[in-house]
Design a binder for this molecule. Structure first.
Ligand code: F6P
Length: 546
C-alpha cells in the first residue's frame, strides 16, 4: 500500500469524505456567513474563490496537514534550487529559472544556469527585434511577414495558446501560423497562405527527433527550396529551438540560428524558454518578458505565501480532494474569456501528461485515483454543448471557471452578459433546484397537475457540483504568465501529494515506438509484422484502399 494512504491526514480525509458526501455545499453557505471570506484569496490581478467546493474548515485543515506530512515545502525548495527531482530521467526541473527575475543564482550540478538563461533571453530579444523591424532580410532582401512555427505538444501548445490569448495586442508587423499535426493538410493550408520570400520557419523541438515535427520541417524545406533554389537561403528562413545541436546541424540549420534550451526544461513547461520565440516574434519581446514577469510573481507567491493562502497549493489539494477522495474522475476548465479559449487544451497536456500515471515514487501501484480527465472549452459555447451533463448528468464534474473583470475589447453590454452567465452557472451548479422549487415554479406558471407530475423529476437539478472561480483583471501578458504558472505549480503539488513523478512521460513513448514500426509496413512492401487481428485488418484495409 502506498505510504501516502498510510498517513494520518490521508486517513482523516477519507473519513471526512465519507461525512461530507452527505453534505450540501449550499447548506455549508447557509451555516456560515463568512464562507466566501474564509475560502477565497486575492493576489495582485486575481481573485481565487474556492468556497463553492465541497469542503469545510476541518477538511481544509486536514488537506493542509497532508501537504505538511508529504513534506511539500521541502520538495518545493528542491525544485526551485535545481535538485534532480525528475529522478526517472535524472534531471532538474527548472522552468522557474527561465523566469527568475531576482539576482539569485540557480545551480544545476554546481553551475549557475542564470547567465546562460539571460544570454538566451538576450538572443531572443535581439533576433525578434531584428525580424520585427525588417532588418532581418530573406533571400531576396524582403522583410519577414509570416512566421510558421512547427512543433508539437509542449513545443507548440504554449506559444500557440499565448499568442492566441494576446492577439488583441498584436501589431500588424507579422502573422504567425502553427503547424503541429503530421496530417499534411495543416502544413499545406499554411503554405498556401505564405510566400517563401517573406516567410520565417521556427522549428521547435527539444529533441529534434519528434517524427511529426521533423516530417513537417522536412516538407517545409522542400517547399521552400522550390522557390529559393539554393541551400544557402535556408539560413535566412529557418531557425530552430532545440537542445540537440547535432540534429539541428544535420538538418542544415546554422548554429547561430539555433536557440538553446536545456534538459532541465520539460516540454510542457517550456513556454518560458526559447520555445516562446514565436511569442516574441509576434507580440514583441516586451510582451514575452511580461509573461515571464507574471509567472515570476506566482513563483514568489508559491514560495512565500502561507499554506492557507497559497493558491497553487490549494488548487493542488482541491484536485486531490475531488479526485482521490470524492472520486470525481473528470475536471472541466471553463474560460469565460474568448482570449483563453485554448487554455483547456494547454492544461490537458500540462496536467494529464504530468500526472496521468499509476505508480508511486517506489514503482508500486497507487491505490487511489491520481488525476482527472481534463476537458473544457469557452464557457458560453460549453453551455450550449455539454453543460446539460454538468448540471444533470449522474457523474459529478468539478469545474474551474475563469473570467476577467475587463474584456480585451469592449462592445456594448457583451461583457456584463458574459459575466452574468459566469456567475449564474457556478451558483446553479452549487444550489441546484429541488423538487419543491420545481413544483412551485410549474404551478405558478399554471401548468396542469398531471403535466407537473410528468415533468418534476426531469426538472430537478441535484446541485452540489463543486466549482472554483477565478477572476483576472484582464487577459494581458502578465495575466497569462500568472495563470499558467499557477496551474504549473498546482500540477507540481498534485504530483508530490500523490507521489507521482510528474516530469517524465513514458506513456507517450510507447505509441511513438509502435507507430514508427508500423510506418515501415506502410511505406515498404516487404515489411510485415505480427499484430492482433484487428490491427492487421485495419492496416490491410488501408493498404488496399489508399
Ligand atoms: O508528447 C510527448 C512529448 O515528448 C512532449 O512531452 C513534448 O512536449 C512533445 O512530445 C514534443 O517533443 P519535442 O519538443 O522533443 O519535439
Amino acid at each position: 500500500m502506498s505510504c501516502r494512504s498510510n498517513l494520518s491526514s490521508w486517513q482523516a480525509l477519507e473519513q471526512s469524505a465519507a461525512n461530507l458526501q452527505q453534505q450540501k455545499i449550499k447548506n455549508l453557505f447557509a451555516q456560515d456567513e463568512q464562507r466566501f471570506d474564509k475560502f477565497s484569496c486575492q493576489i495582485p490581478g486575481l481573485l481565487f474563490d474556492y468556497s463553492k467546493q465541497l469542503i469545510d474548515e476541518n477538511t481544509f485543515n486536514q488537506l493542509l496537514s497532508l501537504a505538511e506530512q508529504v513534506d511539500l515545502g521541502s520538495w518545493r525548495t528542491k525544485m526551485f534550487s535545481g535538485e534532480k527531482i525528475n529522478f526517472t530521467e535524472n534531471r532538474a526541473v527548472l522552468h522557474t529559472a527561465l523566469r527568475n527575475r531576482s539576482a539569485s543564482p540557480v545551480y544545476v550540478d554546481g553551475d549557475d544556469v542564470m547567465p546562460a538563461v539571460q544570454s538566451e533571453l538576450e538572443k531572443i530579444k535581439a533576433f525578434s527585434e531584428k525580424v520585427r523591424s525588417g532588418q532581418w532580410a530573406g533571400f531576396t532582401g524582403k522583410a519577414v511577414k509570416d512566421v510558421v512555427a512547427i512543433g508539437v505538444g509542449g513545443s507548440n501548445l504554449g506559444p500557440q495558446m499565448a499568442t492566441d490569448a494576446l492577439k488583441s495586442y498584436a501589431d500588424d508587423k507579422l502573422s504567425v501560423h502553427y503547424v503541429s499535426n503530421v496530417d499534411g493538410v495543416q502544413l499545406a493550408d499554411v503554405l498556401e497562405k505564405v510566400d517563401a520570400e517573406t516567410c520565417l520557419f521556427v522549428i521547435s523541438s527539444k529533441t529534434f527527433t519528434t517524427s511529426e515535427t521533423m516530417t513537417n520541417a522536412n516538407s517545409a524545406v522542400t517547399w521552400f527550396l522550390e522557390s529559393a533554389q539554393s541551400d544557402a537561403a535556408i539560413a535566412k528562413h529557418f531557425v530552430a529551438v532545440s537542445t540537440n545541436l547535432e540534429k539541428t546541424r544535420a538538418f542544415g540549420i546554422a548554429d547561430e540560428n539555433v536557440f538553446t534550451m536545456w534538459d532541465w526544461v520539460g516540454g510542457r513547461f517550456s513556454l518560458w524558454s526559447a520555445i516562446g520565440l514565436p511569442i516574441a516574434l509576434y507580440l514583441g519581446f516586451e510582451a514575452f518578458s511580461e509573461i515571464l514577469d507574471g509567472a515570476f510573481e506566482i513563483d514568489e507567491h508559491f514560495k512565500n505565501a502561507p499554506a492557507h493562502k497559497n493558491i497553487p497549493l490549494i488548487m493542488g489539494l482541491l484536485s486531490v480532494w475531488n479526485t482521490s477522495f470524492l472520486g470525481h474522475k473528470a475536471q472541466a476548465v471553463l474560460p469565460y474569456d474568448q482570449a483563453l479559449h485554448m487554455l483547456p487544451a494547454y492544461l490537458q497536456q500540462g496536467e494529464m501528461e504530468s500526472n496521468g500515471k499509476s505508480v508511486a515514487f517506489d514503482g508500486k501501484m497507487v491505490p487511489y485515483t491520481t488525476v482527472p480527465l481534463i476537458w473544457g472549452m469557452t464557457g458560453i459555447n460549453g453551455q450550449h454543448a455539454f453543460y446539460q451533463y454538468l448540471h444533470q448528468g449522474n457523474t459529478i464534474v468539478p469545474a474551474d471557471f475563469i473570467a476577467s473583470v475587463r474584456p480585451q475589447k469592449q462592445i456594448g453590454q457583451h461583457h456584463d452578459i458574459l459575466l452574468s452567465n459566469f456567475f449564474a452557472q457556478t451558483e446553479a451548479m452549487m444550489a441546484g433546484v429541488d423538487e419543491q422549487q420545481v413544483r412551485e415554479d410549474l404551478s405558478s406558471k399554471g401548468v396542469a397537475q398531471e403535466k407537473i407530475e410528468q415533468l418534476v423529476a426531469h426538472k430537478i437539478h441535484q446541485g452540489n457540483r463543486p466549482t472554483t472561480s477565478m477572476i483576472l483583471d484582464v487577459v494581458d501578458a502578465k495575466a497569462v504568465g500568472r495563470l499558467i504558472a499557477l496551474y504549473e505549480h498546482k500540477i507540481f503539488c498534485q504530483g508530490i501529494i500523490l507521489e507521482i513523478c510528474s516530469f517524465d512521460q513514458w506513456g507517450v513513448e510507447l505509441g511513438k515506438g509502435l507507430a514508427s514500426a508500423i510506418e515501415a509496413e506502410l511505406t515498404q512492401n516487404d515489411v510485415n509484422q505480427e499484430h492482433d487481428s484487428s490491427t492487421s485488418g485495419l492496416i490491410a484495409y488501408y493498404k488496399q484502399h489508399r
